[in-house]
Design a protein around this ligand. Structure first.
Ligand code: RB5
Length: 149
């Protein structure tokens, strides 16, 4: 599984922590920036990661800003992206099983690194359940289609 990572300055430290964790797991990833704690605009990094995932070059994305809110909202503007803001393990698993989320959004200023890594682990290892959930995800895609014109 290839993972695209991105953050603004408010999520930079947690992105570094997640990279070290992915290295431990031997998982393949690309860091789309930012590369320091200098102030930047989160939509720029949301767009890079969302396009890499929507375009199929990467299987999943992880985006981090201060709250996880702005970067997730921006990513969800890209067609085909289902970014889920999750600050607990239950929601992280459900976002995969029920919503087939392809981007995980996290807030570095909201949760600590220990919980964040538990969330990442659960989110990366949980599959989509399909069935009735597929029908609902298809309806999300139909909404996207309607407003993409
Ligand atoms: C940056 O200060 C902050 O607004 C950003 O990281 C994020 O929390 C936005 O949603």
């Amino acid at each position: 599984m290839k993972i695209a990572l991105g953050s603004d300055h408010g999520g930079y430290q947690l992105k570094e922590t997640i990279k070290a964790f992915l290295d431990e797991l031997g998982m393949e990833y690309k860091d789309f920036g930012t590369d320091c704690e200098e102030s930047v605009d989160y939509p720029d990094f949301a767009l890079k990661v969302a396009e890499a995932v929507a375009g199929g070059q990467y299987d999943r994305g992880i985006l981090i800003c201060g709250t996880g809110i702005g970067i997730g909202i921006a990513a969800n503007k890209v067609l085909g992206i289902r970014a889920a803001l999750c600050h607990d393990v239950f929601s992280a698993k459900a976002s995969r099983e029920h919503n087939d989320a392809n981007i995980l959004s996290l807030g570095q200023r909201v949760i600590g690194p220990g919980l964040a890594l538990e969330i990442v682990k659960a989110w990366l290892s949980t599959g989509f359940a399909g069935g009735r959930h597929q029908r609902r995800v298809d309806k999300i895609k139909a909404i996207e289609e309607k407003y993409s014109k």
